[in-house]
Design a protein around this ligand. Sequence first.
Ligand code: FES
Ligand SMILES: [Fe+2]
Length: 443
Amino acid sequence: MTYAGYSQALEPPGYDEELAKVGPGTPCGEFFRRYWHPVAIVADVGELPSAVRILGEDLVLFRTSGGEFGLVHKQCPHRRASLEFGKCEARGIRCCYHGWLFAPDGEILETPGEAGDAEPAIEVRKRTRLGAYPVREYGGLVFAYLGPPGEQPPFSEFDASYVPGITMRNYRINYSCNWLQVLDAIMDPIHTSFLHSQNAGAQFSEGMAEIGELEIFERGLQFVGSNTRRVDDYVWVRVNELILPNFTQAGAAFQADGTRSHYFGRSSFTRWVVPVDDSHCVALAWANFGDRGDPIEYNTQEGCEMIEQGEIVDRPWEERQRRPADAEAVEGMGPISAHKGENLMPTDRGVSLYRRRIRRLVRDLQDGKPVPRQQQIDGQPVRTYGQDSVMKMPAKPGIDDRRFLKQLGRDVMNMQFEAEPKPLDERDATIIEALKQIEASAQ
Ligand code: FES
Ligand SMILES: [Fe+2]
């Protein structure tokens, strides 16, 4: 065996620039700029403007005194003062330096140092605008579209905001690393059995230590990864999902544990992983509480942090070493992971699949092909699958249980895909009923 330190130090592996770079004009940055992304939590936007960095752009988010949001370039087009020091007024934001007033769409409304009818003032209003982006509120988050105006897609709502009996709580977690590192984890369900379970004890439930039968379904922009485990007499189908470019859901963190029946319980979080720049990203999300979400006692800031990554965020370094969670795993790779030094295994299939698909879409866009939509049905909320379904189905003597689990995972997901076109409430009722029937048939 030859020690490899010296040669590997001479030739450190590089990173995947095509996917990791998201600034203006980069191929993947352009791809991201064809979809709506959350940029802030509505409740965090007060009477003062806030600096927001998204996709490598320095922006300022503000709210007029009339309640309208504006997301604009940070630098004033007069002499580049920062609008972070601007004043929010009824019609827009006023620059602190010479008082120019800008509407939320970037129009220059006033240049008070110049006479209103002076030629240069009229000229500048005609010739230029403050850079601005369309914004809208959804699910307690402020969403923005940072792409070319002619290619703005309709805003997609998600079924997650229509589940009856769910209480939502918004949260954000900042990550000091590239967005791919954080997104990868959702397509890597097996890390739950190690990082969150076997490594230092259960961060979620004991049953998650069981290694299940993994299956990945690719449907348009949607990747659905089912993990079907046995926990004693129960079969637990836990589903992670990713809708490109960056929407994620998973099963519950604490509600389902494989020890009692649970039918089409929904995701603990509804979450977007948004690139801040090439070496930072932010998870902007809401957590879902209720019978079909996580237990209501987790409806706190700390609860959301545990749901997001298995441990609270602000911990002593030694504790982070003893009980690492997602932040330690993904930030520990460095600001941008050296992808070319990875050795992907069969259990990394989900990661390879979605990266390959993004790469295809990024290249298609460069070749002039429009990006696909997230909705399955135009004008309707996107149907998502992040969930836990647990059924009492004891192992049968003489039957290969691993094969049984694999087939059951497939059958459960195919049944749900068939129900997709139904109206939302009917679709949920149909899935829940079918799960109960599957369970009854095993008794
Ligand atoms: S720099 Fe903003 S008004 Fe002059
Ligand atoms: Fe995780």
